[in-house]
Design a protein around this ligand. Structure first.
Ligand code: IFM
Length: 475
């Protein structure tokens, strides 16, 4: 059984600056909130930090060669704001910018299309001292930084992601405090969310003015919200508004979702006239980061009572992040986006899984679980395309094992294994498999994969897969 994809669909892999680069003060880089955060005892679960990470800042030529071996059509990376602006008020650091310019050249020489993310969480520390995302002025300074990057790379880069996962920035940075800047200020979180949305709009406006063929969009982490019973339905709608539509509606419909409008009027006293016009300018695509779904639980509090992905079903399988492997949720996410937002152009800007991989005695990394995970999610992508979703590209998270934020170096998401002592890179079994997907725009669903697919696509997912050319379980 072969699962095939249209030729125009671009195959990529993604990373982010802080998670792979290391070299935190090289060539004049300023400190970021994450440099500060990781230095605070107890913040990173395994006690590690990202001062070296994958040492990509120095080893990027080797990483470019690995990308070419994989046959990637595109590479999504982020630019580190404090590498580029190293002092308050437009202290442009030419050496920092040069690094990204060399990276872009290296990609283009190898026929790999660069996708540049402008904000993947490493806010300059000096911006945090001036209020960070709590302060409206940060929005305009982000736009200035975006302009600097656009002027330097815009002659060669057409695809731009503005803000990566504003939900995570808001919730982990300002509610739970698990991420930098580590604050617990739920009442201020709506203001942060609003400023992130404004930053998206302001950067988009600058890119449009400077890069004639720019294709611009946000990367939103979207989760289908699953009610367990009929009476959970209203709660599910509220949670959906809070988690998904809080960001997607202003960007794609130019308004906040009705269920949260009242909360916003209480907590978000910074909404000014013209804001929603800036935020709601047309985008060229929606970047979808998809890993997981949300399960509704009972609670007396109307806005609470949900959990992320950990299933209570004893048969359910989970990744090393404890996120349930539930490919159906990928299909549901794409269906939700297609139906609710008039079928926008989509890039899957992240999808992937962490597993406890290790290099075996023969030097190989046999991560069948990741290969099977990717195959299962790609079957769902195929199914979504069949249903009419306008998906133009798919990026595995991640190219390399890397620094998984508050979980440090303990979680491995890479197609390529990184030994953090020797910094040796080893393409895993999944990398070899993905290379053949990139080259042939599809894959053979082997019997072994199919069996594992059956195990990971419990209940309703099965019929979707079976409809998709598969006829009953292999014997
Ligand atoms: O590592 C992160 C990435 O930075 C943002 N999206 C989710 C990934 C896995 O947690």
């Amino acid at each position: 059984m072969r699962i095939e994809f249209p030729e125009h669909l671009i195959w990529g892999a993604a990373t982010a600056a802080f998670q792979i680069e290391g070299s935190p003060s090289a060539d004049g880089k300023a400190e970021s909130i994450w440099d500060r955060f990781t230095a605070r005892p107890g913040r990173i679960r395994d006690g590690s930090d990202a001062r070296v990470a994958c040492d990509h800042y120095r080893r990027y030529p080797e990483d470019l060669a690995l990308m070419a071996d994989l046959g990637l059509g595109a590479y999504r990376f982020s630019v580190s704001w404090p590498r580029v602006i190293s002092a308050p008020d437009r202290g442009v650091n030419p050496d920092g910018l040069d690094f990204y310019s060399r990276l872009v050249d290296g990609l283009l020489e190898r026929g790999i299309r660069p996708f540049v993310t402008l904000y993947h969480w490493d806010l300059p520390w000096f911006e945090q001292q001036r209020g960070g995302w709590d302060a409206r002025d940060t929005v305009w300074r982000f736009a200035d930084y975006a302009e600097v990057v656009a002027r330097r790379l815009g002659d060669r880069v057409s695809h731009w992601v503005t803000i990566n996962e504003p939900l995570t920035v808001t919730v982990a940075g300002y509610v739970s405090g698990d991420h930098a800047p580590g604050q617990h200020r739920p009442l201020g979180a709506f203001r942060v969310a609003h400023h992130l949305l404004l930053a998206h709009g302001a950067a988009l406006e600058r890119l449009r003015a400077l890069v004639p063929n720019a294709k611009v969009g946000p990367a939103l982490n979207l989760f289908p919200v699953i009610p367990r019973t009929r009476s959970d339905q209203r709660r599910a709608e509220r949670i959906d508004a809070l988690v998904n539509r809080l960001f997607a509606d202003p960007i794609l419909k130019g308004r906040y979702p009705r269920p949260v409008q009242r909360l916003l009027s209480v907590f978000n006293w910074t909404l000014q006239s013209g804001d929603l016009d800036l935020i709601g300018q047309p985008v060229d695509f929606v970047g979808v980061n998809h890993y997981s779904h949300i399960i509704i639980e009972r609670s007396w509090l109307p806005w609470l009572g949900f959990r992320l992905a950990r299933s209570s079903d004893p048969a359910a399988l989970h990744t090393d992040m404890d996120w349930e492997i539930y490919p159906r949720s990928f299909f549901d996410t794409l269906t939700w986006l297609r139906e609710r937002y008039d079928n926008p152009t989509v890039y899957i800007t992240e999808n992937g899984a962490a597993f406890a991989d290790r290099v075996e005695a023969d030097g190989r990394v046999r991560d069948q679980q990741r290969r099977d995970y990717l195959a299962a999610y790609l079957v769902m992508l195929r199914k979504a395309l069949d249903a009419g979703s306008d998906v133009h590209g798919y990026f595995v998270w991640s190219l390399l094992d890397n620094f998984e934020w508050a979980l440090g170096l303990s979680k491995r998401f890479g197609l390529i294994h990184v030994d953090y002592r020797s910094l040796r890179r080893t393409p895993k079994l999944s990398a070899h498999w993905y290379a053949s997907v990139c080259r042939s725009d599809g894959f053979e669903l082997s019997e072994a994969m199919y069996r594992s697919l059956l195990a990971t696509t419990l209940d309703e997912s099965l019929d979707l897969i079976e409809e998709h050319h598969l006829r009953g379980p292999a014997t």
